[in-house]
Write a protein that binds this ligand. Structure first.
Ligand code: CTP
Length: 399
């Protein structure tokens, strides 16, 4: 809950401004006071009347509006807030912030504030990827500006890629986290992610196909609900997120040790694609082609990290969640896995090549619990993560 929190919401001029109306509503539902500021461009997308009706507040629009200055000066306006949120943060607003401009009400408030600032960028994918925006983003991060999103997906301009403003629940969660008010505050959650690499010799290894995108998204979502996250990751393509305790490992046995070292935890989520076997006769030196013919690899089974934690007799996390990546009979295999491993939930997905899920931006999962099977619609991996994190909070009695 955000009861009594005062949020200065700067709405930038982009098509995503319509989502800010819902954001105001959700923040007020949680007990926050929202003081809205509209840029000139934002007024082309949402009207001051609808913003003020939803916020039940005056809308601030103009730096030189003397009535405003008589009631509350712009310096005071920017400081009376607990948090300043910019949603949508357009490429132009980000550039102004990074450059320290103060030539309209929004940019002046952002310069004058002594409070934490959170931005939710939204723009066309090319603008998001433009070197100028990358530079501005790096400057803003360096200035301790918090950033939520953007998401990847289809955009209003008809293109596909990163640039779409985060969904409203994700922005609300990021606001809660920025204010230290998430429902998972004080809870510790372990997340495993990425593949493991099992060496054959010093230059070759066996691995699973896993980008680590779903695990990283989950760590972000749990962090944004206020959890203290221990993120144990194999060599993944996706970088570990900020604001979590990272343990980087290579093999399944190292991952097992890192998970055990991170215990105790309130919940543990095993999103890693762990190699089931390691090469027992891995060579110390690079194997060479030669007279000896083909090498024969001998395999040994790796520890099942999930089953080991789920079946702990003492100190088991209250909630243990596994993932099951299957290519056929998804639900039946996942249900069998739930029983065999002794975990509480399995998040099952179909990773057969036609789905494009492995390495892609979206996921379509079934949540399997003792109570039954829920089919979730196909959505961005970040959205799956946010929904799963919210369910974890609920299951831990923290929702
Ligand atoms: N898992 C684990 N340690 C292992 C193997 C798997 O922690 N050595 C976890 C994964 O992180 C995932 C779940 O167990 O949460 C299921 O992984 P999966 O590879 O689908 O299951 P397996 O037990 O390996 O079954 P199979 O390969 O036969 O489908």
């Amino acid at each position: 809950m955000l009861t009594g929190k005062r949020i200065l919401l700067i709405i930038g001029g982009g098509i995503a401004a319509y989502k800010s109306l819902d954001l105001i509503r959700r923040l007020r539902d949680q007990g926050a006071d929202v003081v809205p500021v509209l840029t000139k461009a934002a007024e082309q997308f949402v009207t001051p009347l609808s913003v003020s009706a939803l916020a039940a507040q005056k809308v601030y629009r103009d730096l030189f509006d003397l009535t405003d200055e008589a009631e509350m000066g712009h310096i005071e306006l920017s400081r009376a807030a607990d948090l300043v949120v910019v949603a949508p943060a357009t490429a132009d607003l980000m550039a102004k912030m990074a450059g320290g401009h103060a030539n309209d009400l929004a940019s002046t408030l952002l310069m004058a504030t002594d409070k934490c600032v959170l931005i939710a960028p939204a723009m066309n994918v090319r603008m998001w990827e433009h070197p100028a925006t990358r530079r501005n983003l790096a400057v803003l991060r360096g200035d301790d500006v918090l950033v939520v999103g953007p998401d990847e997906g289809h955009m209003a301009c008809g293109e596909f890629g990163p640039g779409r403003m985060s969904e409203v629940p994700d922005i609300v969660a990021a606001i809660g986290a920025a204010l230290g008010e998430g429902p998972l505050k004080g809870r510790h959650v372990i997340v495993t992610s990425g593949p493991t690499h099992e060496p054959i010799d010093p230059v070759r290894y066996i691995a699973n196909r896993s980008s680590g995108a779903q695990g990283a998204a989950l760590a972000v979502a749990l962090r944004d609900l206020g959890a203290q996250v221990s993120f144990v990751t194999g060599p993944a393509a996706v970088a570990p997120p900020d604001g979590v305790a990272v343990a980087q490992v290579e093999t399944a046995r190292e991952m097992d040790q890192a998970v055990r070292a991170a215990l105790p935890a309130d919940a543990a989520v095993f999103a890693a694609a762990v190699a089931d076997w390691r090469v027992e006769n891995a060579a110390d030196q690079k194997m060479k082609k030669g007279a000896g013919g083909m090498p024969v690899l001998e395999f040994a089974e790796n520890p099942d990290i999930l089953a080991g934690v789920a079946q702990m007799s003492k100190g088991r996390p209250a909630l243990v969640v596994g993932f099951a990546a299957e290519t056929e009979d998804v639900v039946a295999f996942a249900q069998a896995k739930l029983a065999r491993k002794g975990c509480d939930w399995i998040v099952a997905n179909d990773v057969s090549p036609g789905t494009g899920i492995m390495g892609g931006a979206e996921n379509a999962v079934h949540l399997i619990t003792a109570d039954g099977v829920e089919e979730w619609p196909r959505m961005a991996k970040g959205a799956v993560a946010a929904r799963l994190a919210a369910r974890i909070a609920e299951a831990l009695g923290a929702g």
